[in-house]
Design a protein. Structure first.
Length: 479
């Protein structure tokens, strides 16, 4: 208790569980440590558990006395987190704990993502599995690798589940139940290259200070994408004075709107190119939303540059950064304001032999996603890029006859300190519910959560008072 960061919120042990897992590195693909923690937790309490080869952990708690005849309820959340940090941070997500701090009622992390997405779910489930609560038979599923393709959910043996009601704990607005979501797929393109001797002097273009955000939940806000902005500025300069690219890199995850991008180019007249790029800065700034008021363009001189890409390959890379569809592509006809189809360029990288870009495509209509994949494939072929798509996951269709949704509305509206009246919506973000609804016959599902802000960015935060109310809501629904 002496070293605890989160104090004065109830139940105290739930927030202690969150601090525990925040000390364990758990980026997508690196979940073995937190899975070990969950197995120890279950073993120490004599609870039935199964850990599979994907590092999913499934734990059961028997019904409280007098509630043995009630049907089981499945709670579910994911154990991995998106790992994004500020450009100047030295944090190592492979070994360093997340550095938590509280500001007012907001829990934050210093210079990194917080991991409340979806550590909140993990802590809530651990509290319900271990606390002195009157509950029905409880099944808790902790899935791995949600953020990079939902491979954990896809690989889980759903025959173990007896419940026919699923409360997913991976939403981010208090009092709002999500009852449907978009499907998606990852799309990668790359350009192998050979370098030639540099003929001109080099400058570095740096894009920083953007707000970023979740590539599904925030895509409709039209926040600046650092990679697309860099591509646009380079394209404008190339049309004026062709140059040779040295290297380009930016972004951290395909499911996050990138906040930074750096490109090194060799130009005939560095002073003229610098002046032109700084002119472009003011043009771009005038188009950005208020959240991006930290946007900056920095031009600097790199170390000696001896080799560059050719003019032709430079042009192809610029096309890679600018021509593919980006942002919202279509809005729902059934739910005004809801994005139906979108694309996000999240990462561009250079490994010394090829430049690669990673996209995340989403749609709530499977045929529209098919169309977008086809369009990307044709465009990649036209530019001359290698291309592949993978990790496709299904959407989750709205169920107009959900009993669980009605229970949520009744339970949340009965909270005296509720923030708003209960509401129901669908989301453009991806959720694992679609996988489980498709795999478990008759499963009724909703997704809920407390107020979370700026997911997948270093300013991610969770409202601790909202988290308290969220826990009371889940407990009411189980009662």
């Amino acid at each position: 208790m002496a070293n605890r960061i989160i104090r004065g919120y109830e139940p105290d042990s739930m927030f202690g569980f969150f601090e525990d897992i925040s000390a364990i590195p758990r980026g997508s693909g690196n979940e073995s440590g937190v899975a070990d923690y969950l197995v120890r937790f279950a073993h120490e309490r004599g609870l039935h558990y199964v850990r599979d080869s994907a590092n999913n952990v499934f734990i059961r708690r028997p019904a409280s006395p007098g509630r043995e005849g009630e049907p089981a309820v499945l709670l579910q959340g994911h154990i991995d987190m998106v790992c994004v940090k500020t450009p100047g941070s030295t944090h190592d997500f492979e070994k360093d704990p997340i550095e938590l701090y509280v500001e007012g009622d907001m829990l934050r992390a210093r210079d990194t993502t917080l991991g409340a997405d979806n550590g909140v779910a993990v802590a809530v489930m651990l509290e319900l599995l271990s606390g002195d609560y009157s509950i029905p038979p409880l099944e808790c599923l902790f899935t791995a690798d949600e953020e990079t393709g939902m491979s954990g959910a896809f690989g889980f043996d759903c025959s173990q589940v007896t419940a026919r009601k699923l409360i997913n704990l991976d939403s981010g607005t208090e009092g709002v139940a999500t009852a449907g979501c978009a499907g998606g797929a990852r799309y990668n393109v790359s350009l192998p290259y050979e370098r030639v001797p540099a003929a001109d002097k080099a400058i570095t273009l740096g894009i920083t200070g953007l707000a970023g955000g979740h590539s599904g939940g925030d895509i409709h806000k039209y926040r600046g994408n650092a990679i697309n902005i860099a591509g646009r500025m380079l394209a404008a300069l190339y049309e004026r004075n062709p140059f040779c690219l040295v290297t380009v890199s930016g972004g951290a995850k395909d499911n996050a709107i990138p906040i930074n991008c750096t490109a090194v180019i060799a130009v005939h007249d560095p002073a003229e190119a610098t002046a032109f790029l700084l002119e472009q800065e003011s043009i771009v700034r005038s188009e950005l939303p208020p959240e991006d008021n930290g946007f900056k363009v920095r031009i600097s001189k790199p170390k000696n540059v001896e080799k560059t890409l050719t003019f032709a390959d430079t042009s192809r890379v610029i096309s890679m950064l600018t021509l593919f569809p980006r942002g919202p592509q279509a809005f729902s006809r059934d739910m005004p304001g809801l994005v139906e189809t979108s694309a996000n360029l999240g990462v561009v990288s250079d490994d010394g032999s090829e430049i690669a870009a990673q996209f995340l495509l989403r749609s709530s209509i499977e045929s529209r996603l098919d169309e977008l994949l086809l369009y990307f494939t044709r465009l990649a072929r036209f530019i001359g890029l290698r291309a592949e798509w993978h990790s496709r996951y299904p959407g989750w269709r709205y169920n107009p006859n959900s009993e669980l949704r009605a229970k949520f509305i009744e339970a949340y509206n009965s909270l005296e300190d509720r923030k708003r009246d209960a509401a129901v919506e669908c989301t453009h973000a991806g959720l694992e519910c679609g996988i489980f609804v498709g795999a478990i016959p008759g499963l009724d599902a909703i997704s809920i959560g407390p107020d979370l802000y700026d997911l997948h960015t270093p300013t991610e935060r969770v409202d601790l008072r909202s988290w308290e109310r969220f826990f009371k809501l889940v407990l009411k629904m189980l009662n």
